[in-house]
Design a protein. Structure first.
Length: 122
């Protein structure tokens, strides 16, 4: 005996595959931005350590280094988005940027920031 098969099982499977694909696509987009953030965070800490060990701070050189690092990671950073504070006992670098996550029919803007402080002489 053969039942009357209308294809409803195939349609349900197709819908779940589309939903699963959309979830992976969105996860990939967010994951890519998060990976760039984590790499930027680690590199900013290294730049701050190097800056804290200098006797005189080259602000323009540090800004250019951060901008070049951002370009390497696919992040657009302007010089105005980089704040460098050189105090007597510590050096602080703050970097702010925005990433546009583009989806079909929608663009989501995610703000990121990294603040790194290093004691001088360490």
């Amino acid at each position: 005996m053969q039942k009357n098969i209308r294809g409803s099982g195939k349609t349900g499977c197709l819908i779940w595959l589309i939903i699963l694909g959309a979830i992976f696509y969105v996860g990939y987009k967010f994951g890519e931005a998060q990976w760039a953030y984590l790499n930027m965070k680690e590199d900013i800490h290294e730049i701050t350590k190097a800056a804290a060990s200098q006797l005189t701070l080259n602000v323009e050189g540090i800004q250019q280094e951060v901008i070049n690092l951002g370009e390497k990671l696919g992040i657009s950073i302007a010089a105005e988005d980089i704040i460098i504070q050189d105090e007597k006992s510590r050096t602080t670098i703050e970097v702010y940027w925005e990433v546009a996550l583009e989806f079909p029919y929608y663009t989501y803007y995610q703000d990121y920031s990294v603040v790194s402080t290093q004691q001088k002489g360490l």
